[in-house]
Write a protein that binds this ligand. Structure first.
Ligand code: CO
Length: 188
């Protein structure tokens, strides 16, 4: 069997399981979505928002990009934020980074990654603002860890400047996920 076919088999098994548990599961879910959370995370396959938070379809509105970058000039992200705030009326926005983030590590090098450089430059800008603290790190690993944290905090700070968030009671959170133990840690 081709590996892609397995996805359809697994999907059928999953859907059947849901219906067995609750006959109207999909009918109810199709009527509306009322998620309390907007998750802004990394695209990394090891950090799937719903899986690591044990949340179900309908519970979390999700935006993921390389290294969970928050750029208020990013029309993709900002459309997600606007929709989540104005229409879905989420109560919390979570920016979640993760240690061992390849995007962060790449941005800390001087290597070129082709078209991705435009994206990585957004992270390099944040790194520049913390150059003294980063220079004090004793290893590349420590530097990367610090940068993951700075990037999350910068993301939350940028969201604070967004008008529709300022005018709301939405709570902002900055978290880091640790690939080594599967645990989320609060930063801000
Ligand atoms: Co990552």
């Amino acid at each position: 069997m081709e590996i892609i076919e397995k996805i359809f088999l697994e999907n059928k098994a999953w859907a059947n399981g849901k219906v067995q548990f609750d006959k109207l599961y999909f009918e109810k879910l199709s009527l509306m979505q009322e998620p309390d959370f907007l998750w802004i995370g990394c695209s990394d396959s090891r950090v799937p928002a719903n899986v690591i938070t044990n949340t179900e379809p309908g519970e979390m509105f999700v935006h993921r990009n390389i290294a969970n970058v928050v750029d208020i000039n990013d029309i993709n992200l900002m459309s997600v934020v606007q929709y989540a705030v104005e229409y879905l009326k989420v109560k919390h926005i979570i920016v979640c980074g993760h240690y061992g983030c390849g995007g962060i590590k790449a941005a800390l090098t001087n290597n070129s990654f082709g078209n991705m450089d435009v994206w990585l430059n957004k992270i390099k800008e944040i790194a520049k603002q913390h150059d003294i603290e980063l220079a004090l790190c004793k290893s590349e690993e420590e530097k990367a860890k610090k940068m993951v944290e700075f990037n999350v905090i910068a993301g939350v700070e940028k969201l604070k400047t967004v008008e529709i968030i300022k005018n709301s009671t939405i709570r902002l959170h900055g978290w880091v996920y640790d690939l080594h133990d599967g645990i989320l840690n609060k930063l801000v």
